[in-house]
Design a protein around this ligand. Structure first.
Ligand SMILES: [Zn+2]
Length: 496
């Protein structure tokens, strides 16, 4: 408690006033802005976008080339339709020729933080962040706590398969580093300082943040694993916020239900991070643990651009002056409010390495109706990963979130993998739980989601393999490419 009062009343406000770490003030500004009329939030956002585009055009090779090719004048971009003429940036564009093509010329030689988006397939993607970007990212995380109705400095336990980590320019992310080594000739000396500060100072001492080891590493065949030690560790730490990968949360909740064990002490909130918990999955976990749940979305490039409020846990408020989120049709045009589209995200404060119109590989609907909480920011109803978006036997698009919500709460089913061969042919692998399988519920859900004429071959498996990131891909579509913006299809969709 003393730690918290000290940081809230003294350290963070003083840092915001006296140093470039302005997160506390930035968080307050983000939170206040959300109650403004949407038009005012939009106007502020376009001011930020224009400045970002002018900077990116002048200083960053990949964007100058992209804007010239698209015939976009960065000064004239002041409305959504015109901005949507800018090409979509794939993760490969952020990788190829790194860092010279991505790093702004006027930021070279400054103290910059490198971050490793570990676990994605292929070469790791490195990000470079300047101080303002770092401050805003931290502010976006604090904001997500405020939206969920908990103290922004609440104690936290994290239990996720992978993490964005500060790294050296080589991409390595050592657990411990000597910040005052004398070899001044070593490149990345300043990047090493960020690694030291975050891993050895900020996370353990300031955030009082505990990490639990992932259940399985990446590319692991999966299978049974002991969950009681995780629950005991959690009980001992008794955090206010339990940040958990939704499928880990689900496995813990199902284990608690099957064994009758009392839920561990989580004092304020279960915070879904690193993936999506659709409504029925979220309530199953929340009810089992006996605490409210909140959902956030973002990733290494964006920290948290969306976060839910208690009025509507299924939709996330977008931080309009932090990131710009578009839902895009396959012809590249913008979706109308409520229409399912590809998400394209721009980070408004990343200037060292701008992230403009990135395709993270997600789908969703953007809702403009006001929320009962009084915030006027737009909200995102997230549909999950695009590789899981299935065109079914009736020609309808079914999202990852819809599959998870229909299948994961079923009795007797721990996790599943649905693989699509064609619109009408599927294989479903079921990792069984201890209870009897709700076969009628399963058949009903499959018929509803896949169409009555779909054929599903069902088999049981002793576990499910993890992706390189350590996460699970429960649905593997082979029709999703048709949903992507045609201009982006020459690039492979990112997997994580
Ligand atoms: Zn709300």
């Amino acid at each position: 408690m003393l730690r918290r009062a000290l940081f809230k009343e003294l350290v963070l406000p003083a840092a915001a006033a006296l140093t470039p770490l302005t997160s506390w003030r930035d968080m307050q500004a983000l939170c206040e802005a959300e109650f403004d009329p949407l038009e005012r939030q939009r106007a502020r956002r376009w001011t930020l976008i224009r400045a970002l585009l002018v900077h990116a055009y002048r200083e960053v090779d990949i964007y100058r080339v992209a804007m010239d090719r698209a015939g976009v004048d960065p000064i004239e971009v002041s409305q959504a339709r015109r901005f949507a003429n800018l090409p979509i940036t794939s993760k490969n564009v952020l990788r190829d020729g790194f860092p010279d093509r991505q790093l702004a010329r006027n930021f070279r030689g400054r103290a910059l933080r490198y971050s490793n988006t570990s676990g994605s397939t292929g070469r790791p993607l490195l990000l470079i962040q300047d101080m303002r970007d770092i401050a805003q990212k931290y502010a976006s995380i604090l904001r997500s706590r405020v939206l969920a109705g908990v103290d922004p400095l609440a104690t936290q336990v994290r239990f996720t398969p992978n993490e964005c980590q500060p790294s050296l320019p080589s991409g390595d992310s050592p657990q411990a580093i000597n910040p005052i080594h004398r070899d001044h000739g070593v490149p990345g000396r300043r990047a090493a300082f960020y690694v030291f500060m975050e891993k050895q100072v900020v996370n353990p001492l300031i955030h009082a943040r505990h990490m639990l080891d992932p259940l399985w590493p990446g590319n692991h065949p999966g299978g049974d694993v002991a969950l009681d030690p995780v629950l005991s560790a959690l009980d001992k730490l008794a955090p206010e916020v339990f940040s958990v990968y939704p499928l880990y949360g689900l496995l813990l909740a199902k284990h608690l239900r099957a064994t009758g064990r009392a839920p561990p002490k989580v004092r304020a909130l279960i915070d879904f991070s690193g993936g999506l918990a659709p409504p029925r999955v979220a309530s199953l976990i929340g009810e089992t643990f006996g605490v409210p749940t909140a959902q956030a979305c973002g990733g290494c490039e964006f920290a948290r651009y969306g976060a839910s409020c208690p009025e509507d846990p299924a939709r996330m408020h977008l931080a309009e002056t932090y990131a710009y989120v578009e839902a895009v049709r396959s012809d590249g045009g913008l979706c109308t409010p409520g229409e399912l589209g590809n998400l394209v995200v721009t980070s408004l404060h990343s200037w060292a390495m701008p992230i403009i119109r990135l395709e993270p590989g997600d789908v969703g609907r953007i809702i403009e109706d006001p929320c009962a909480c009084g915030r006027r920011s737009r909200r995102l109803q997230h549909g999950g990963r695009i590789q899981a978006l299935v065109r079914n036997a009736n020609g309808e698009w079914i999202t990852d979130a819809e599959f998870w919500d229909a299948l994961l709460p079923l009795d007797g089913l721990r996790l599943f993998r649905l693989e699509q061969q064609s619109e009408t042919d599927y294989t479903l692998s079921i990792w069984r739980g201890p209870e009897a399988l709700d076969r009628a519920g399963l058949d009903e859900a499959l018929g509803r989601l896949l169409g009555a004429s779909a054929r599903v071959r069902i088999s049981e498996v002793p576990g499910l393999s993890t992706e390189a990131s350590g996460k699970f891909q429960l649905v593997k579509s082979n029709t999703y490419e048709d949903f992507r913006p045609s201009s982006a299809r020459t690039q492979r969709v990112p997997v994580n």
